[in-house]
Design a protein around this ligand. Structure first.
Ligand SMILES: *Cc1c(COP(=O)(O)O)cnc(C)c1O
Length: 378
């Protein structure tokens, strides 16, 4: 006989998942409802309202997809992009590159705006690209590039895109809830996120929102949407404000309870307070890192990303010379029960990625992480 699985209670300070709020874990274990139960429809309506608050949007095309952040990425692109279309995509890390891969799978032509990994994309480069390619109608970029720790000023990129008559696809997977995101004010047209990073929920829910411009663009497509599951028209038969909601897929009911609880917790705190908390704790963490450098003479711990371009809730730290980065992570896990992230893509072996996200963005976690790093590095 197999025993029930007993996971160790890890401290998750990597790039996500972050630790799940206890109230969310409790919500997940409530009795399952059918996906068309009137009580469940009420819950869906509340999730929509909470998401509008979180995204700072009035759009009614705001809901969650039943899947991780990558599903949201695919949904936004597959609805807006048609085969043969030219799409500007800003790449300065792993996730910008994933957007490009999806654009290619659709059979569209990515026009890449490249930037060095570890720096924000220079807005002038996007402007030059759009000027040189007047037939580009969609521009895609990542707000918080989790692979490098860079926060992009997407308001500026969005203003440029709209100046050249482009719709904007924005990745807010790591930023939503933890960093200022204003979908309507910044005129973002198709936006996606996830549940397991800034929102401190389990993975498997992808909040999305579409502007009226995006919806009318989708209605006027010349070719059919190349996805059944992610076809916005079909999804809205389940999520729309129509009195008779129709079955689309079996909603993972308990996950819906989880995201509802996570969003309620964020609303109780007040989203602006959450943004401020993440900023303050990030500054404290970086201050403590530099103190650690002074204490452990031989070890120099510094952020990869210059000040002003850092994601508050995900700090990329350069691996000091001569240190075996994988060994440090293994020891942190074995000795301190602490998970931090490794580098991805070009930055493999060069950085650690330390998350102070949602429920985990507090002084106790900073103390714990700094203390554990100090122990393992000395
Ligand atoms: C994590 C992440 C994704 C992918 O989300 P999953 O939930 O892992 O599918 C996409 N974009 C960014 C910026 C991310 O950090």
């Amino acid at each position: 006989m197999y025993k029930s699985f007993q996971p160790p209670n890890r401290i998750l300070m990597g790039p996500g998942p972050s630790n799940v709020h206890p109230r969310v874990l409790e919500a997940l274990s409530k009795p399952t409802l059918g996906h068309l139960d009137p009580k469940f429809i009420e819950l869906m309506d509340e999730i929509k309202e909470l998401l509008k608050y979180t995204f700072k949007t009035e759009s009614d095309s705001t809901f969650v997809l039943s899947g991780p952040g990558s599903l949201g990425m695919e949904a936004c692109l597959v609805n807006l992009v048609e085969p043969g279309m030219k799409v500007a995509v800003c790449i300065s890390g792993y996730f910008g590159n994933r957007m490009k891969q999806i654009i290619e799978k659709i059979g569209a032509i990515p026009i890449v705006v490249n930037e060095k990994w570890g720096r924000a994309v220079d807005p002038q480069k996007l402007e030059d690209t759009l000027k040189a390619n007047p037939d580009v109608k969609v521009a895609a970029f990542v707000h918080a590039e989790t692979s490098t720790g860079v926060l992009q000023d997407i308001k500026t990129l969005s203003d440029i895109a709209h100046k050249y008559d482009c719709l904007v696809v924005a990745d807010t997977v790591t930023s939503l809830g933890a960093v200022e995101v204003r979908v309507d004010e910044w005129q973002l047209d198709a936006v996606y996120s996830c549940s397991q990073k800034g929102l401190s929920c389990v993975a498997g829910m992808s909040p999305v929102t579409f502007s009226e411009r995006a919806i009318s663009h989708i209605k006027n497509r010349k070719t059919p949407i190349q996805s059944w599951f992610n076809d916005l028209n079909l999804l809205m038969s389940y999520w729309g404000n129509n009195p008779k909601r129709a079955y689309h897929h079996t909603a993972p009911a308990n996950h819906f309870y989880g995201i509802h609880e996570a969003l309620s917790i964020l609303k109780e705190e007040g989203i602006e307070n959450s943004w401020r908390r993440h900023k303050e704790n990030s500054a404290k963490f970086i201050q403590r890192l530099s103190e650690l450098t002074t204490t452990c003479k031989k070890i120099n711990l510094e952020p990869l990303v210059p000040e002003g371009e850092r994601i508050p809730n995900l700090i990329a730290v350069k691996v000091p010379e001569g240190v075996d980065e994988a060994k440090v992570r293994t020891e942190l896990l074995q000795k301190h029960n602490l998970e931090i992230g490794a580098g991805l893509g070009e930055l493999t072996g060069k950085i650690w990625r330390i998350g102070l996200m949602g429920y985990n963005s507090n002084e106790k976690m900073i103390d714990y992480c700094i203390g554990s790093l100090k122990d393992v590095l000395s």
